[in-house]
Write a protein that binds this ligand. Structure first.
Ligand code: ZN
Length: 128
């Protein structure tokens, strides 16, 4: 089943751990793949501390400035979003045991929104 996440800002990083966990069957064990079906959003695993989430936005903005003379901006004014999403990556893999994501104490599943606000779709699959 897809996980739908509605974002509220053009650029934001949000914790989607609970939404992803709700898609894991209770008896599943193996490896979960969380895949974002977009070219201007990404997914990763890290700490969902509010200052750090802001730091992620800041570092991506510094590395890939909006309006930085990108070729894609000539046809679609969102090259920064595509490039930042590629840096974040479009999938995360997480071990699963008996239906529970085996995340570390400080780990959360984070969605990077690069060109919101939009509704984003995450596909969660578990393979054994
Ligand atoms: Zn584009």
């Amino acid at each position: 089943m897809p996980v739908q996440v509605s974002t509220s800002e053009r650029v934001e990083v949000r914790d989607v751990t609970d939404a992803v966990a709700s898609e894991i069957p209770a008896d599943a064990s193996g490896v979960a793949t969380v895949f974002v079906q977009h070219t201007t959003a990404g997914v990763t695993v890290n700490e969902a501390e509010s200052g750090l989430l802001g730091d992620v936005e800041d570092v991506l903005s510094q590395l890939v400035p909006e309006g930085g003379g990108w070729a894609h901006d000539r046809i679609d004014d969102n090259a920064d979003a595509h490039l930042r999403a590629m840096l974040v990556g479009n999938a995360a893999t997480i071990p699963v045991e008996d239906g529970d994501l085996q995340l570390g104490t400080w780990q959360s599943v984070l969605l990077f929104e690069g060109d919101g606000p939009r509704t984003r779709t995450l596909r969660v699959t578990v393979t054994d």
